[in-house]
Write a protein that binds this ligand. Structure first.
Ligand code: GTP
Length: 597
């Protein structure tokens, strides 16, 4: 396909503004799938995505559109995730395209992620077409929202396309706008091959599938390709496009987006952002890559059954094939045995990985408290990055600790502004700016990341009845008065429960965890003390009284099979228990204990 007939675009939007619904409509309208083939939201094809209604992994579809000018265009749609944790995936999808549809819900207006995403698109030099969605809703105010887009983003919204992705109204106009308003890709067919490795994932049957965007040259079946950063050489087995199912093609030319397979077994050879070139006629210069994704939240993952360690290692390797932003390394815990320290883009990312491990790989896991990465300077001048509270050296060896700060943007209706400001202040935030976007307040705050990772987003949603929107970027590291709080059960420290917190909140948090554990740890035949301590100083304490009678007593000794069932059930439950000294702690206590409210 000549480049003049190609348009590569992303859809960017705040969560729930209708990105996936619009994508489905575009697929349907161009007949890439018949209505019958069209299962609900094809682009969100991971189970978890469907259940949670969010887009996690960027997906791609090639559409064929006969435009009003009589020519048939190839439209490559790259879906982008909407959640803050996945801003990195947004940036790499954008790098493969020339333009974006900026979808804004006409009944809601510009939100925090609208801004974050549009700034990324502007950085990627995209041509941006504003699309006002949900104009079927009585509450839609397209004119007000257009004004907002102009005032806040500085984008001309006079010819924004007004649509309803739900009813299908004006979808044709979106397709025309793509063809007439977005620039075609530029590339040289005769130059040596340069293709951007946008993404890669593992397919059970095909092995590693690589999503590529061709810049120059041609990528053919049978070609020997070289990854410019790793130097690895492979023979291309299959070349094709996403139509939206994988469809083989003889080759891909400049401007095209498609996939290749090359019997690649390890994702280590497929660094996202790498340039793929022709091994025989290599390009001299690589394409600009992406800045690598940096995990900002870490936690330990341990198998409930020690025997599952190898299975866990294998599963993490598989996950990593599909998710280059996920990091892991082996670690051991005195309390939990062998496991892995895992790094995530954010808390949602963590939850999703955990859920996939238990669902797809059938693994029972214990997760330790999420931690951010602290920077320690020791009294001897050495520095270290600390992402596991258990590794914190003795207080006397530490000169100072720095913690990561973020810059958060929160948009919220005036009615809830007070509550939001209170929340930010409670979380040690510093206000940077407070302005208005239409009739909504926009608060810009600097906040310590460790005050945000646990439940900030949930709290924000609940105090604003779901109306606040939130986005953040990493800012800098600052020295802070932090301490490690250890949790002791019957005087035994449970390393998996220790956490790092600012001294001003250490006592409150310590007390909260002790109180929670008191409810979460089942009574046993003896009294159990639960304590929180900084160094040797106890800052909170709870006691669990002893259990008085045998559970099986409830069965009145009558029905023996019932009694056996109950004992079996208890045994089953034991598998999810961990032993700390004499005390058994159920796995659910770990996560529950760390959710603050
Ligand atoms: P993420 O994938 O999580 O980023 O969300 P999204 O932006 O893809 O939103 P999605 O397409 O899932 O739509 C969110 C909700 O809005 C769904 O319940 C849709 O049915 C609804 N919706 C989408 N478009 C329209 C529209 O034009 N009108 C109305 N009334 N509802 C719509």
């Amino acid at each position: 396909t000549p480049t003049e007939l190609i348009r590569n675009f992303s859809i960017i939007a705040h969560i729930d503004h209708g990105k996936s619904t619009l994508a489905d409509r575009l697929i349907q309208a161009t007949g890439a799938l018949t209505a019958r083939e069209m299962t609900e939201q094809v682009l969100d094809n991971m189970d978890i995505e469907k259940e949670r209604g969010i887009t996690i992994k960027a997906q791609t579809v090639r559409l064929s559109y006969p435009a009003k000018d009589g020519k048939t265009y190839i439209l490559n749609l790259m879906d982008t995730p909407g959640h803050v944790d996945f801003a990195y995936e947004v940036s790499r999808s954008l790098a493969a395209c020339e333009g974006s549809l900026l979808v804004v819900d006409a009944s809601q207006g510009v939100e925090a992620q609208t801004l974050a995403n549009v700034y990324q698109a502007i950085d990627a030099n995209h041509e941006i077409v504003p699309v006002l969605n949900k104009i079927d809703l009585p509450a839609a105010e397209p004119d007000r929202v257009k004004q907002q887009i102009e005032d806040v983003i500085g984008l001309d919204a006079s010819d924004a396309v007004e649509i309803s992705a739900k009813t299908g109204l004006n979808i044709e106009a979106v397709l025309e706008a793509l063809v007439t308003r977005l620039p075609p890709p530029v590339g040289d067919d005769t130059a040596p091959l340069t293709a951007l490795l946008v993404d890669s994932w593992y397919d059970q049957y095909l092995g590693v599938i690589i999503l590529v965007r061709i810049k120059n040259g041609r990528l053919r079946k049978g070609m020997r390709i070289r990854m410019m950063s790793s130097g690895a050489v492979h023979t291309v087995e299959q070349v094709g496009v996403f139509a939206p199912k994988l469809r083989p093609e003889p080759d891909l030319g400049p401007g095209e987006i498609g996939f290749i397979t090359a019997a690649i077994k390890t994702v280590a050879d497929c660094n996202v952002g790498d340039t793929i070139t022709d091994d025989r006629h290599p390009a001299t210069e690589a394409l600009p890559g992406f800045k690598p994704s940096i995990p900002v939240v870490w936690c330990g993952l341990y198998p409930v059954e020690a025997d599952d360690f190898e299975k866990l290692r294998e599963s993490l390797g598989r996950l990593r094939l599909n998710d280059a932003s996920f990091h892991y390394e082996a670690e051991t815990s005195a309390a939990l045995g062998f496991g892995f320290r895992c790094g995530f883009l954010g808390l949602l990312h963590l939850e999703i990985v955990q859920e996939r491990l238990s669902r797809e790989f059938d693994l029972d896991l214990i997760a330790t408290a999420p931690s951010v990465v602290y920077r320690l300077t020791k009294t001897n001048g050495e520095t270290m990055d600390l992402h596991n509270p258990a590794d914190m050296p003795d207080g006397s060896l530490i000169d100072h600790i720095e913690e990561p700060w973020i810059k958060a943007t929160i948009l919220v209706p005036d009615d809830y502004l007070g509550a939001v400001l209170t929340l930010c202040n409670e979380r040690r935030g510093h206000q940077v700016d407070l302005t208005y976007v239409g009739n909504r307040a926009m608060a810009v705050y600097r906040l310590p990341l460790n005050e945000v990772v646990f439940d900030f987003y949930d709290r924000l949603k609940s105090i604003s009845r779901g109306y606040a929107s939130f986005d953040y970027q990493m800012d800098n590291y600052l020295e802070s008065d932090l301490a490690k709080i250890s949790i002791l059960v019957n005087l035994e420290p449970v390393d998996a429960l220790s956490f790092i917190a600012h001294k001003s909140v250490a006592e409150t948090r310590g007390r909260a965890i002790c109180a929670k554990l008191k409810d979460l740890i089942p009574k046993q035949l003896f009294k159990i003390a639960i304590q929180a301590a900084i160094g040797g100083r106890v800052i909170a304490r709870e006691t669990i009284s002893a259990l008085s009678k045998d559970v099986t007593a409830k069965c009145y000794g009558g029905d023996i099979s019932r009694k056996r069932k109950l004992l079996d059930k208890q045994k089953e439950g034991k598998k999810r228990m961990r032993q700390f000294g004499k005390v058994e702690i159920p796995q659910s206590a770990f996560l529950a204990a760390l959710k603050m409210d």
